[in-house]
Design a protein around this ligand. Structure first.
Ligand code: NAD
Ligand code: MG
Length: 397
């Protein structure tokens, strides 16, 4: 009698559908929230690379938990220190070259742009050239080179999904809709810590006061941008490029509770809004799992407990940065790049205590006046404008 072969079935625990994720800026506020989302959705994502600027003390436990194949530390000195500590167990790269080479060479399905500033542009372009899904928190990338980023994403079939809560809200409101039937996008803004102060108070505003955001816990740079409302200015520009919509169709409304994350008004007068608690885990998860929605245990919004949602117009005279950003978008070309670079320098100076809060718009305006304007800059010109603006703004106070 022929014996039947014994078939042993193994239960495969490794999920081959796990999406591979590269997190740029993993030790920051968005980076940490991204790793929280990944931790809370076991079996869905595998982290293949992590990158940071300098904080290897924060990176080390992330390496132990997520076991990436490669890490990048932007600054060479801490990178060298980490190499010694890891003793060759994981490859450690450094510099902007290192950031670009993980984006262009490492294995991943989703690129999380969670670093701060225009330094995110070059690696994001590498990810776009590979036609990846880009979950983009790093709004400065779209502010400085939105048109070029869009051209490249179209060419290489890359998908840019918003992580910024307002843009995620708009993206969710637009699902199943026709963009040509949109009358306007309404970006909500909390108004930040100085909503109820007068413009005169900006003269003596301290770093501590400016960092004391009423609703959101974020990195220092974006928190200062929220205090000056430059953050909303950058978001108007970001919205223009993410949704390819004319700037006169992008409104800003102050909504101090930060429960409605933004709205879309259609040409029949209907307004759709997306609501939720001020918690970045939700928009991050949506960008990671889109078009699916996965169940989670995040806190739920309790509307009776919130009680009231209020709205009013922003004061553009007080929040000059928002007005300057609208003007730079209107000028177009290299102006948003100059605006962004000057703002990055000014915010850094304010955080270091070398200028007053009220000098931020001054430094931006002076830079916009001084730096040569280009109507249709290519990427080389963008990088050059960024560099020249930083050099010029560094000398202002
Ligand atoms: P953060 O300062 O908390 O973290 C920034 C991360 O980027 C850190 O991991 C840091 O090591 C890294 N980094 C900083 N400078 C770098 C450089 N020059 N080169 C390489 N890496 C660098 O910032 P954040 O609050 O997480 O914000 C990140 C981005 O997301 C910003 O563009 C911000 O505007 C945007 N964003 C943040 C929030 C938020 O809730 N924090 C919300 C919406 C959008
Ligand atoms: Mg936002």
């Amino acid at each position: 009698m022929i014996k039947k072969p014994l078939i042993i079935t193994f239960v495969v625990t490794f999920n081959y559908n796990m999406k591979k994720v590269l997190v740029l800026g993993s030790t920051g506020s968005i980076g940490n929230n991204t790793l929280n989302v990944i931790r809370n959705l076991p079996g869905q994502f595998k982290v293949t690379a992590l990158t940071v600027n300098t904080r290897i003390d924060l990176l080390k436990p992330q390496i132990e938990e997520f076991n990436p194949e490669i890490v990048v530390v932007k600054e060479e000195k801490p990178a060298e220190e980490l190499r010694k500590r890891l003793n060759g167990k994981i490859e450690v790269l450094s510099g902007i070259k290192g950031l670009c080479s993980v984006a262009s060479g490492c294995e991943y399905d989703i690129f999380i742009g969670a670093m701060v500033g225009s330094a995110g542009l070059a690696p994001t372009i590498e990810a776009i050239k590979r036609g990846k899904r880009i979950a983009l928190a790093n709004k400065e990338t779209l502010v400085v080179a939105g048109e070029l980023v869009n051209e490249l994403s179209k060419k290489y079939n890359a998908e840019i999904l918003p992580v910024d809560s307002e843009h995620s809200a708009i993206f969710q409101c637009l699902a199943g809709e026709n963009i040509n039937q949109v009358e306007k996008i309404i970006l909500t803004a909390s108004g930040g810590p100085f909503l109820h102060n007068s413009k005169n108070d900006f003269l003596n505003a301290t770093v501590e006061e400016a960092l004391n955001h009423p609703n959101w816990k974020m990195g220092n740079k974006i928190t200062i941008d929220s205090a000056s409302m430059m953050n909303k200015g950058l978001e108007v520009i970001e919205a223009k490029w993410l949704f390819n919509i004319a700037q006169d169709k992008i409104d800003v409304v102050i909504h101090p509770q930060s429960i409605i994350h933004s709205m879309v008004q259609f040409w029949d007068g209907s307004i759709k809004a997306q609501l939720g608690l001020p918690d970045m885990k939700l928009p991050i998860q949506y960008a990671l799992t889109y078009p699916e929605r996965l169940q989670n245990n995040n806190l739920r919004t309790n509307l009776p407990l919130i009680g009231q949602l209020t709205f009013f117009e922003p004061d553009l005279d007080k929040f000059e940065c928002l007005k300057i950003a609208y003007a730079a978008l209107n000028t177009g070309g290299s102006a948003p790049c100059v605006l962004n670079a000057a703002n990055e320098v000014a915010v850094d100076k304010f955080l270091k205590g070398t200028i007053k809060f009220s000098r931020i718009p001054y430094i931006i305006n002076k830079s916009l006046e001084k730096i040569e304007h280009f109507n249709q800059p290519d990427l080389d010109i963008i990088f050059q404008c960024d560099k020249l603006t930083r050099e010029f703004a560094a000398g202002l106070s």
